[in-house]
Design a protein around this ligand. Structure first.
Ligand SMILES: *Cc1c(COP(=O)(O)O)cnc(C)c1O
Length: 248
């Protein structure tokens, strides 16, 4: 983030973080969501902090905060809640071309107890990740290097394959792991290779080789707070079996 911030300051551009599943994560001992121009969190059903749907944008920029509040609710200059409050009738005004993007009270009611459990869930995830790290410390697999002043929240456990050491490409490895009954995914395809960004900005393969390397070789192993040590061991046994089979 420091490196990104520096570029952004030099070029006078805003930093908007995709913090979709970073609820509770920290960078240099500061909470994600507390230091960029804006950070966007998702509360979708699969995320660390789940409320079925919805999300939150955090910002320290008052002007931006006001603008977002207006945009999320039809471009109205006051929330629907205020309109029906006891302080008397107030006519609202439409001041922007807005969206209907507010989170509902029902979602918040689901989310509040989840929020109380977030730290505990994240600490469970951390233990699971440490177990994965021990079990998958092997040739052909590269693990993330963790730094002391960062806190990950392990929405899943990403591994990177070393393609030079394997006889087949990733899709074959994924198929083989799936055949062992382990649900794995890929997070994420490099954005510049998605059709929309190729078309809109003319990006092509080769433009961002490091992002492409991760995009081509990453596999996400599942993590959930209730996962037991046996679950982790079972997943790792399957991964090791597949990797041993396909290694050069
Ligand atoms: C889930 C996710 C999103 C989308 O979140 P929504 O709440 O569905 O808008 C965006 N980015 C990342 C990295 C995600 O994981």
């Amino acid at each position: 983030m420091d490196e990104i911030k520096k570029i952004a300051e030099d070029k006078k551009i805003m930093v908007i973080e995709d913090a979709a599943h970073a609820a509770g994560a920290e960078y240099k001992n500061k909470k994600i969501g507390s230091f960029s121009d804006a950070s966007c969190f998702s509360f979708y059903a699969t995320k660390n902090l789940a409320m079925a749907e919805g999300g939150i944008i955090t910002t320290n920029n008052e002007e931006l905060s006001k603008k977002i509040s207006i945009l999320r609710m039809h471009g109205m200059d006051r929330s629907a809640w205020d309109r029906y409050s006891k302080t008397g009738f107030k006519q609202y005004q439409i001041v922007e071309a807005g969206f209907k993007a507010n989170m509902t009270d029902i979602q918040a009611a689901i989310g509040l107890p989840q929020l109380k459990k977030l730290d505990f869930h994240n600490s469970q995830r951390q233990k699971i990740a440490e177990k994965f790290e021990k079990e998958l410390d092997m040739d052909c697999i590269m693990l993330q290097k963790r730094k002391k002043d960062r806190k990950q929240v392990w929405h899943f456990f990403p591994i990177l394959l070393d393609p030079k050491k394997l006889k087949v490409e990733r899709s074959r490895i994924i198929d083989a792991i799936q055949a062992e009954n382990i649900g794995v995914t890929v997070n994420y395809t490099a954005l510049h290779l998605e059709p929309f960004y190729r078309k809109k900005f003319g990006f092509k393969r080769g433009d961002f080789p490091n992002a492409e390397f991760v995009s081509d070789n990453e596999i996400s192993l599942p993590v959930y707070p209730k996962m037991t040590e046996e679950n982790v061991e079972g997943i790792c046994r399957a991964v090791r079996k597949v990797i041993e089979y396909y290694k050069r």
